[in-house]
Design a binder for this molecule. Structure first.
Ligand code: NAD
Length: 259
């Protein structure tokens, strides 16, 4: 497998969930991957598990200084960065009146500022070599919305808009920027009570897949957008959500599943 042979990638939030799946798949496909996260123990353990083509780097995506250190470290080691996956993110379920100012600022800082800082810091090097792929993990909630998730939805719509604006500015230089919109993926962020998969699946019966998604199903989308196979994808929004944002069922009309 060599869809990313010889490429150097940074994956943020890779110590858990989808980031871990993306890092694993990228290494399998021939990339050298920096696992960037604030969970040092889990991140180092993953790097050890993946072998010499994986490195752990402590990175709080909200810190410009830590981004600079991360990027300098990768450039010193590999001389280039081909792929950036802005995956780190947080969520808080609460009604609009119950979200504190601090909650809102924190969500925006990690989910939006983190993506912007990563893009700014990495794009500088990609511009020099006139190539690269940036994959931003937005959400189904960046295409649609949900109750109890107002700040999260706002942050993910911002990522979607930022993706398109950066795709314009960087596309003509040879750098592709695209967003993935996962929905209902079985990770610690979405399945916070860590309920068994069968139980977690129940919440997704109203959608075509009628189940939750696996982190690896998102990783394959990231692999495609990161690879040269996606050479004509710029500002593309790729939903990996089991059909969650495609529409809804009229259960009394033909074509709907059994309730
Ligand atoms: N799970 C889902 O159903 C779902 C759906 C849509 C979008 N997403 C998005 O996918 C991305 C990955 O989420 P996940 O579901 O794998 O969750 P997760 O909680 O398993 O992983 C998120 C990772 O981000 C890291 N992180 C958090 N704050 C950070 C910071 N300030 N700096 C660096 N790393 C930080 C965490 O330590 C963790 O390792 C997030 O952006 C999330 O919003 C998830």
């Amino acid at each position: 497998m060599s869809r990313l042979q010889g490429k150097t990638a940074i994956v943020t939030g890779a110590a858990s969930g989808m980031g871990t799946a993306i890092a694993k798949l990228f290494v399998e496909e021939g990339a050298t991957v920096t696992i960037a996260d604030i969970q040092d123990e889990a991140g180092k353990a993953l790097a050890d598990e993946l072998g010499s083509n994986a490195h752990y780097q402590h990175l709080n995506v909200t810190s410009p200084d830590e981004w600079q250190t991360c990027v300098d470290t990768v450039i010193n080691a590999d001389g280039k960065i081909d792929v950036l996956v802005n995956n780190a993110g947080i969520i808080k379920f609460a009604g609009i009146l119950d979200l504190s100012v601090e909650d809102i600022k924190t969500i925006m800082d990690v989910n939006v500022m983190g993506v912007m800082l990563g893009t700014k810091t990495v794009a500088k090097h990609m511009i020099e070599k006139k190539s690269g792929s940036i994959v931003n993990i937005s959400s189904a909630d960046g295409l649609s919305t949900a109750n109890a998730l107002s700040a999260y939805c706002a942050s993910k719509w911002a990522v979607r808009g930022y993706t398109k604006a950066t795709a314009l500015e960087l596309g003509h230089i040879g750098i592709r920027v695209n967003s993935i919109h996962p929905g209902g993926i079985d990770t610690p962020l979405a399945n916070q009570m860590n309920v068994p998969r069968e139980m977690f699946d129940q919440g997704f019966k109203p959608y075509p897949a009628q189940r939750a998604g696996d982190p690896m199903e998102v990783a394959y989308a990231a692999l495609y957008l990161a690879s040269d196979e996606a050479g004509y994808c710029m500002g593309t929004e790729l939903a990996v959500d089991g059909g969650m944002t495609a529409g809804h069922y009229y259960y009394h009309l033909p074509g709907a599943p059994e309730q």
